[in-house]
Design a protein around this ligand. Structure first.
Ligand SMILES: [Zn+2]
Ligand SMILES: [Zn+2]
Length: 167
């Protein structure tokens, strides 16, 4: 399983975000830091509304607009990654001190599996050499459906997005 970020990491990313906001003359509101903290203490991939509802449940008054605009800022400064898993909506996940990985997505139940395979990095290096490009990153998603149809059906019903890192 993927794990929530360590407390030191959370403090560090807050510092990075603080200096980013300062540089851009953006306001350092507590709400923006709540969004950042929510992403780094939670796990896996979520859409903007997941974060909005989690913060609401936690009793904060962070507005939906703040969640959306903070996510944009976090993507811009590289602390959060934006992913699109086939559907129109975007998913977010933390990007700092988090293992480089790729995704396998079940199009039936929406489960997102994470995997790490060093061969993906080798392809990247090879492409970089062949095409004379400095490649800074990649986004690789495989789409399919769960072999365990029963479990897939259950996940479809309860709507949970299970995330697992396969080493
Ligand atoms: Zn991921
Ligand atoms: Zn499935």
């Amino acid at each position: 399983m993927a794990h929530p970020a360590h407390e030191d990491t959370v403090n560090l990313v807050k510092e990075i975000f603080r200096s980013y906001l300062k540089e851009r003359n953006q306001r350092q509101t507590p709400e923006r830091f709540m969004v950042l903290e929510e992403i780094y203490t939670a796990d896996g991939h979520f859409d903007a509304d997941d974060i909005f509802f989690r913060l609401k449940e936690a009793g904060t008054r962070v507005s939906r607009a703040t969640v959306y605009n903070t996510l944009d800022l976090l993507v811009e400064c590289g602390l959060v990654q934006r992913q699109q898993f086939g559907k129109s909506q975007y998913y977010y996940e933390r990007a700092y001190a988090y293992q480089q990985h790729d995704h396998i997505i079940c199009q039936e139940c929406g489960t997102v599996l994470e995997f790490c395979d060093p061969r993906v990095g080798e392809i990247q290096e090879m492409l970089s050499k062949i095409h004379g490009m400095d490649i800074k990153g990649h986004s690789l998603h495989f789409f399919g459906s769960c072999r365990d149809k029963e479990a897939c059906e259950l996940r479809k019903k309860d709507g949970s997005k299970i995330v697992d890192i396969k080493e």
